[in-house]
Design a protein around this ligand. Structure first.
Ligand code: FAD
Length: 430
């Protein structure tokens, strides 16, 4: 088949799949009132819905997309790095709030939840992946558990408006026009789990939001000969030096990918959360060698060899040639470039593909033990909808899972008129 007809076939099979999903969504009747409505059936919303339904609440999950959990499929390059054995709070923008929500043993809670879903997993360094290395496995076990829990899933319905009444929230859902899926419903507890995109309807509830902007994306740099080596991958140690203070602000090791506009790869994604225009990235291109070890390899005085060609075999040949051209035979300059190659930050690149957004509902409005809005009893939030973001490495999904558990259990407890400890089986209801 010619490439254009292959593309055409893929498009029409995607369109047919979408139609099929929309027809299935249209068959779902949205009740006029439920105990708990979870807006957003992504990573955090699915977990919140499972926890609320398993605690005995009648739950509806509304998602704007024709099916739930689509974001999960794209995570970890389709492999889903779903958690990390070292959930270091310093990886988050708001360690105090995240720590209070996480409690004592967040990893045990997350792994316990997924064990109960039937997921198997494996470890790559500190990162946890499903054993199948397929993100679909994570989504499938979540959807299967959600179906067993009895929650109703109303896909292709986006929340567009909300009004809080003393003991309930009235919600306006809008569906795909040709399928006539618009609906209104009331819920005792509302869980906001609609991810990081700006959501004007949250303003209806009077909740304060910090404007969202993309985070975890490649870093754009000023023009530099290094950027001509487009596609080069190299193990490096990066250090970010602040333009203002001249002091290093962040250090990270990993693989960098050189692009014509700057740098990409996981290390640069983490850098992007901290870098500002004018900052300098110093790249240690030989991170496994100390300066003196590198000197012994390339300095003719130390080694009895010519400096020229001294880096070939230590670094990628093209990279070595570039450094040697720039050093013009000066060994000190060559060593300096190899151990701290400077690139000046211009800003963020490819923001449309950012993995998370920074910003969202201001965390101080929510009690960390329940994720309930302090001034709006019965309104809860979890996942990226809150102003929480983190480095790459399974930290963002860990937040989504654990915050979903907290919000889901507390939303059910509120809707059923129980104290929160009752929801976890410790105490009698009120
Ligand atoms: C390409 C990519 C790769 C990633 N890889 C990783 C990784 O490997 N590890 C990791 O830890 N993190 C990763 N992340 C980040 C991670 O996916 C997010 O942190 C996580 O999905 C956030 O969960 P959430 O439930 O808050 O939002 P989402 O999972 O985005 O879910 C939000 C849901 O809300 C729905 N929605 C939005 N607005 C409305 C509305 N008005 N009404 C109804 N529904 C609505 C959306 O359709 C969506 O289903 C990655 C992200 C991307 C984009």
């Amino acid at each position: 088949m010619a490439p254009s007809s292959r593309t055409g076939a893929r498009r029409s099979s995607r369109a047919a799949r979408r139609e099929e999903l929309l027809r299935a969504a249209a068959r779902v009747e949205v009740p006029s009132s439920v105990d708990v409505c979870v807006v957003g059936g992504g990573a955090s919303g699915l977990v919140a819905a499972v926890c609320a339904a398993e605690a005995g609440a009648g739950v509806l999950v509304a998602d704007a997309a024709p099916e739930c959990g689509r974001t999960i499929l794209a995570t970890g390059n389709g492999r889903c790095n779903f958690s990390n054995v070292s959930l270091d709070l310093r990886r988050y923008n708001d360690p105090a709030f995240v720590g209070a929500v996480f409690g004592e043993r967040p990893l045990d809670d997350i792994l316990g939840f997924f064990r109960d879903c039937g997921l198997r997993w494996g470890l790559e360094e500190d990162r946890l992946y499903p054993r199948s290395r397929r993100a679909a496995s994570v989504r499938n076990v979540l959807l299967a558990r959600l179906a067993r829990s009895g929650a109703v899933v109303a896909a292709a319905r986006a929340a567009l408006g909300a009004r809080r009444e003393p003991d309930r929230t009235l919600l306006r859902l809008s569906g795909v026009p040709e399928h006539g899926l618009d609906a209104r419903l009331s819920c005792r507890s509302l869980v906001i789990a609609c991810g990081g995109a700006t959501q004007p309807w949250l303003g209806d509830l009077g909740l304060a939001t910090r404007a969202a902007h993309p985070a975890l994306c490649p870093v754009a740099c000023e023009r530099d000969p290094l950027l001509a080596l487009d596609g080069l991958r190299a193990p490096v140690a990066l250090s970010l030096v602040s333009r203002r203070s001249g002091l290093p602000r962040w250090r990270e090791r990993g693989e960098v990918l050189v692009r014509p506009y700057g740098i990409s790869g996981i290390v640069s994604l983490n850098l992007s959360r901290r870098a500002a225009a004018g900052d300098t990235v110093l790249i240690d291109l030989a991170p496994d060698l100390s300066s003196s070890e590198l000197r012994r390899l390339v300095d003719p005085r130390a080694h009895g060899r010519a400096a020229r060609g001294g880096l070939d075999g230590v670094l990628d040949p093209e990279l070595a040639a570039l450094l040697e051209r720039r050093a013009k035979g000066d060994v000190e300059q060559l060593l300096a470039l190899a151990k701290s190659y400077p690139l000046v930050v211009r800003g963020l690149a490819d923001q449309g593909h950012a993995q998370v957004s920074s910003g969202g509902l201001v965390t101080g409005q929510f009690a960390p033990d329940t994720l309930e809005a302090r001034e709006l009893p019965g309104v809860f939030a979890c996942g990226e909808a809150l102003d929480v973001d983190a480095d790459c490495g399974g930290f963002n999904l860990s937040w989504a899972w654990k915050s979903g558990m907290v919000a889901g259990a507390a939303a059910a407890a509120r809707a059923l008129g129980r104290s929160r400890s009752h929801a976890s089986g410790e105490e009698e209801g009120r």
